[in-house]
Design a protein around this ligand. Structure first.
Ligand code: SAH
Ligand code: SF4
Length: 394
């Protein structure tokens, strides 16, 4: 299983903890640690919140309405550092991928790396964030699942991905947008308007931190992203689906990928624990699901494996009664993958059957394939670069 996420109270031997990405409770804790009188805590938390999440402050010294003494004490114990951007790649289609190095969690840790991806469109910008380093679940078509190192990300590390993206996209007061690629702009468009938890990891195996991160991201006094624009994608951790809906209420996406248990057991091994019937029941009961808030069903198109017209018809039958949209994802290959992507005509035929049954069935255009930023490809580039670097020194 995964190990716990690091907490704010880092060991003394490690670097000063950063408050960028912290929850209100963590900020209050930090203020108590510098002996702030209890009666001031609420007001100080509100000030810090505004500076960190609304203004994108990078330095306590900039917080002009916070007393100099408090700023000084904060700077002695904490920082506002964000994870280091080890590499930034910009695809020809404007997709950006950032490789981020996280702070070490103990003396033996060299700092794990995660990737997050930004996908611009004319009317929106979607940030695909990671919830874990790697993933324990080993879906047979996903490269992330082949990675050995796994740990949960902390709330701070999840929120920090959005902060890094907004910094790099010049989306805080006083910053300029980059000139080397497409970033949507206009009166009503935000550079990052949507978040999807579709990067590395299974978000429902790190539910508490994911929920806390969503609360920070959707807080109206700061980052202010509506929960309707935040989607959590899961391979089907049934008991956690209801909790997510009841406690937090973001949009839900289910990685279905097969309509029969025998095949889904193979593609998504978690299905052996929570089979299709149970999974769909949890979707029927998902608090807040409605025609205005549909559940997305993701279906990766694997040539000759799950892409027949009979399977499309079965998919429609299975989803009856659930407010659903179906997202067909062309399989994104990675080195050594045991599958191929379905032919375009097969995908179209599948999509037509689903569409004629009354479902929106967009085929997700692969984005950023040239920089290996598409679904399921994350981490491969880094590992490849490492392998190359190793070869170079041998
Ligand atoms: N663990 C979560 C979220 C991360 S994966 C989940 O499985 O839902 C995000 C999406 O990418 C999932 O729908 C996943 O099935 C899909 N995916 C994984 N590998 C892929 C690949 N090689 N090609 C296309 N989609 C892939
Ligand atoms: Fe993990 Fe999702 Fe990849 Fe499956 S598809 S291995 S759950 S990241």
């Amino acid at each position: 299983m995964t190990v716990a996420a690091p907490t704010l109270s880092a060991e003394p031997s490690l670097a000063k903890p950063s408050l960028a990405g912290a929850t209100r409770a963590e900020l209050a804790e930090a203020l108590r640690a510098i002996d702030t009188p209890e009666r001031e805590i609420r007001m100080r938390v509100a000030q810090l919140w505004h500076w960190i999440y609304f203004r994108g402050a990078r330095d306590f010294a900039d917080m002009s309405n916070v007393s100099k003494i408090v700023r000084g004490k904060l700077a002695e114990r904490f920082t506002l550092a964000l994870p280091e951007v080890v590499a930034e790649q910009v695809s020809t289609d404007g997709t950006r991928k950032w490789l981020l190095r996280l702070d070490p969690v103990d003396a033996a840790d060299k700092g794990a790396e995660i990737e997050c991806v930004y996908i611009p469109e004319s009317d929106r910008g979607t940030l695909c964030v990671s919830s874990q380093v790697g993933c324990t679940l080993n879906c047979s078509f996903c490269h992330t699942g082949t990675q050995k190192l796994v740990r949960n990300l902390s709330t701070r590390e999840i929120v920090a991905q959005l902060l890094v993206a907004r910094m790099r996209l010049g989306d805080f007061p006083g910053l300029e947008p980059p000139t080397d690629g497409l970033v949507p702009s206009g009166a009503d468009v935000r550079a990052v308007s949507n978040i999807v938890f579709m990067g590395m990891g299974e978000p429902l195996y790190n539910l508490e931190q994911v929920e806390a991160a969503i609360e920070v991201m959707s807080d109206g006094d700061g980052l202010s992203l509506s929960k309707r624009r935040i989607t959590v994608s899961t391979s089907g951790v049934v008991p956690q689906i209801e909790r997510l809906g009841a406690e937090c209420g973001p949009m839900l996406a289910i990685s279905l990928h097969a309509v029969r248990d025998d095949l889904r057991n193979e593609l998504v091994p978690l299905n052996k624990k929570y089979p299709i019937r149970q999974l769909l029941e949890a979707c029927r009961d998902y608090p807040g699901a409605s025609n205005a808030r549909r559940i997305t069903f993701e279906y990766v198109m694997l040539k000759g494996v799950n892409d027949s017209p009979a399977e499309a018809r079965e998919l429609v039958r299975l989803l009856k009664g659930i407010p659903a949209k179906i997202n067909l994802i062309p399989f994104n290959p990675w080195p050594g993958a045991p599958y191929e992507c379905s032919d375009w005509e097969t995908i179209e035929r599948f999509s037509d059957i689903v569409f004629n049954a009354g479902y929106a069935s967009p085929v997700r255009t692969p984005r950023g394939r040239d920089i290996l930023a598409a679904c399921g490809q994350l981490k491969s580039e880094t590992e490849k670069l490492r392998a190359r670097a190793r070869l170079a020194v041998e």
